[in-house]
Design a protein around this ligand. Structure first.
Ligand SMILES: [Zn+2]
Length: 329
């Protein structure tokens, strides 16, 4: 089964600046449904919904039809809402499709008009992972990741939570000479699970998954949801090796589960790193330095500026004040 349809749909959606939630609501389906289609875990949208989506995203539906046809192994021609003549021509096409010469096809193409525009895909970039990680190293990772998945964000601005999540596929983590792309999805989790990062063996990618409620909270700008997301991104980019290993040992869904009790040191280690990463990407030291120069550095200012909880701001400020020089290097 081809993932092209889902990838293209996502690409068009991002280009149109729409979130998965917005598209889902427009089509009257769940976010999980859209997420599954985008990741190729579910068949392409119906012809009707493809048209509706294309219109909503201000895009040509034809490349989507092509990719849907690749998935199904056949093109879908609407036969009910058209004239008898159209049905007749459709049936003739079915019969003679494979017999048409290039010249015949060119004639038909001329009648039907020119082909749609080509679609540009952003090139993924990455960096090698490295352990153990100091505060300074984590700060650098956070800066790098942010510059790729949220390139327009200023250091004194809050992270665009939803925008961040839905740009994770522009990022690739490099370990040794292996490149592991990132991806994102929404799932209908049992309650108690907010998010997780896992290695998808079949697609050979790291997937950050949010529960539907975490996704909704992220849409609503909830500070906790943003922290949860950044923690998982931390795992995805800092613990690629661990995720790869875990996916082969135990069942994948259990990997680095949020809220799971740390059972040994490595877990504490990765949890500490993921939290430090979340803190660094949400409240960059460079931004704190700007606030400091302006004489505005306080817990409440940090909380307001970065839309984080009071506790998150307090912890971050303490680290910043103790390690300023190290973090700003
Ligand atoms: Zn964790």
């Amino acid at each position: 089964m081809s993932r092209k349809y889902g990838r293209l749909l996502r690409d068009l959606r991002l280009k149109a600046g729409k979130s998965m939630g917005e598209l889902a609501r427009h089509l009257g389906v769940s976010v999980t449904y859209i997420s599954d289609v985008e990741r190729g875990n579910r068949a392409p949208l119906t012809k009707e919904n493809t048209d509706k989506a294309a219109q909503f995203l201000n895009a040509d539906p034809r490349p989507l039809y092509m990719d849907a046809a690749e998935w199904h192994g056949a093109f879908e021609l609407e036969a009910n809402a058209v004239s008898p003549k159209a049905r007749e021509v459709g049936a003739s096409l079915m019969r003679d499709w494979s017999e048409l010469t290039d010249k015949d096809l060119e004639e038909i193409a001329k009648i039907l008009g020119k082909k749609g525009a080509l679609f540009m895909l952003s090139l993924p970039r990455g960096f090698p992972t490295d352990r153990p990680l100091s505060y300074a190293k984590i700060e650098q990772h956070a800066r790098r990741v942010c510059s790729i998945i949220a390139p327009t964000r200023l250091v004194t601005e809050a992270l665009p939570g939803l925008g961040l999540f839905e740009h994770l596929n522009t990022y690739t983590v490099r370990i040794g000479d292996q490149s592991v792309p990132l991806d994102y999805e929404v799932k209908n989790f049992p309650s108690g699970i907010d998010a997780l990062a896992r290695y998808e063996e079949q697609e050979q990618e790291i997937v950050v998954t949010l529960s539907e409620s975490t996704y909704e909270n992220l849409e609503g700008g909830d500070p906790r949801a943003r922290l949860t997301l950044c923690h998982e991104i931390g795992h995805a980019v800092l613990h690629t090796r661990e995720l790869l290993r875990l996916s082969r040992i135990s069942h994948r869904e259990a990997a680095l589960l949020r809220g799971e009790k740390p059972s040994h040191k490595t877990y504490q280690y990765t949890e500490w790193q993921a939290n430090a990463f979340a803190s660094a990407i949400l409240m960059p030291a460079q931004g704190l330095a700007v606030l400091e120069t302006q004489g505005k550095l306080s817990q409440s200012a940090v909380q307001r500026c970065y839309e984080v909880s009071a506790l998150a701001a307090k912890i971050r400020l303490k680290v910043y004040q103790e390690r300023k020089n190290e973090l700003l290097r």
